[in-house]
Structures are given as C-alpha cells and as structure tokens.
Design a protein around this ligand. Structure first.
Ligand SMILES: [Zn+2]
Length: 239
C-alpha cells in the first residue's frame, strides 16, 4: 500500500476544527498498480483504504471518549489525551479520488507506543502524555477483555492521530482492526503499569513474582496493638 501525506489548506468549509486558512493534512491511500488492475479496481481499493483509516480512528475516538469519562471521575488524573477527528474527502476530478483530511498537529511528533505498551521515546521517557496513552491502552484492553487494543499511539503532546487498532482474529463486536492480533499478545506480555493505570484501578497484566518456597511465612501477630495510621507529618528524632 502507498500512502502519501500532503500539507494543505481548506479554502472553504464549516468543520469547526478545520477552518479556512488553517493548515491540515491530506492523506491519500492507494494500492500499488501492477498493470493488470484496471482503474475501477484501484479506485475501489483507494476508497476501501480511506474508509478503513477513518473507521479505525473513529473507533479509537469512541474508546478514548469512554476513557475520558472514566479518568474525569478521578480528580488526580489531570489532562487526558485526545485523538483528533479525521474526515473522508472525495475529489472527483482526481485519479485517486478518496483521501482523509485532518488538522495538522504542530510541534514535536512523538510515538508514545508501538506494540508493547511501553513508551518508546528515549528523549522524553515516561512523559505524562506517554504514560496516559499506555494507561489508555491498558484500560481498553481491560474493557474489551483482551479482545481489542489501540496501538501506535502517537502525536504532539496530548493530541494524537494515526493510531491503529488490533483485534482478536474474529474481530470485536463486529469491528476488525488494521493491525496484527499479535500486537495484543505482545502488549499483554510487556505492558508495565504506570501511576495512571493505578489511579484507574487497573491490575497488572504481569504474573506476580513467585516467592521462593523456602521463605518463611510471616507469623500472625498475637499482640492486639492496632496498626498506626499517621495523618500528620512524621517527626523523626529530636533536634
Ligand atoms: Zn497498566
């Protein structure tokens, strides 16, 4: 598959986020022509690829909206990543008529996750946006009982685009992703929970380390002294 992206400007239109004069990105998806394919087939393929792109991103947007609702109920969570909308456009006069259009994200474009749920970003490891993206992956994985994973989380700051979705082989609730099912297995094997997973009450996907059999079990305490809970600052020693 070929995909080309162009920086462009909307001349007229009423999409709130794509105002005339604003920079946007037009992505053209077309299958490689091998001579035997006639033009109708190529246009059909071009249409299918563009629609699939929109379908994946819109599905991911639905999941991140639900994640937003969950995260907003926890005060400590703070800002929540957003997946920007993309639009299907038809350009009848063009040989490759179907394309997608989205707002151009200005700034440092960072890949927050590739396959494994860990932020792959050496310069800004463990950034807030990256950790929140990985927590989102875990949240979706949990909500869909391991049948769906939003992957390829990437963008500028908290604004993401061009994400992918992996589903189990049969698909999940009638939706089939555009990434290999193996992404889900890889996520399950490698994801390390971060503080945002914990805030959302997600449980680690990694098997708990087994204690060596020889380790003595702590004896139940016989004294009736209740455990102390300290609410004030603890003062150690006297100065
Ligand atoms: Zn996690």
């Amino acid at each position: 598959m070929h995909r080309r992206a162009f920086r462009t400007k909307l001349h007229a239109g009423h999409i709130p986020m794509l105002l005339p004069g604003h920079s946007c990105v037009l992505k053209v998806h077309n299958a490689i022509s091998y001579g035997t394919k006639n033009n109708d087939e190529l246009v059909e393929r071009n249409f299918t690829l563009a629609v699939e792109e929109c379908h994946v991103q819109n599905t991911a947007r639905e999941y991140i909206k639900a994640y937003t609702t969950a995260a907003q109920s926890v005060e400590a969570f703070g800002e929540i990543p957003e997946i920007i909308p993309i639009y299907l456009v038809h350009r009848p006069s063009n040989d490759i008529p179907y394309a997608t259009l989205e707002e151009e994200l200005i700034g440092d474009f960072v890949k927050y996750s590739v396959k494994d749920g860990k932020e792959i970003n050496l310069m800004r490891r463990d950034s807030e946006a990256g950790q929140k993206c990985c927590a989102f992956q875990h949240w979706v994985y949990h909500k869909t009982e391991g049948n769906l994973l939003v992957t390829d989380m990437q963008g500028v700051g908290m604004r993401l685009t061009d994400v992918g979705i992996a589903t189990c082989k049969k698909g999940y609730r009638g939706f089939k992703g555009n990434c290999a099912t193996s992404f889900i297995d890889q996520f399950k094997a490698l994801h390390q929970c971060n503080k945002y997973c914990e805030i959302l009450g997600l449980k680690s996907l990694q098997p708990k380390a087994k204690k060596p059999a020889s380790a003595p079990k702590p004896k139940p305490q016989t004294s009736a002294a209740p455990k102390k809970k300290s609410f004030g600052p603890t003062v150690k020693g006297k100065s």
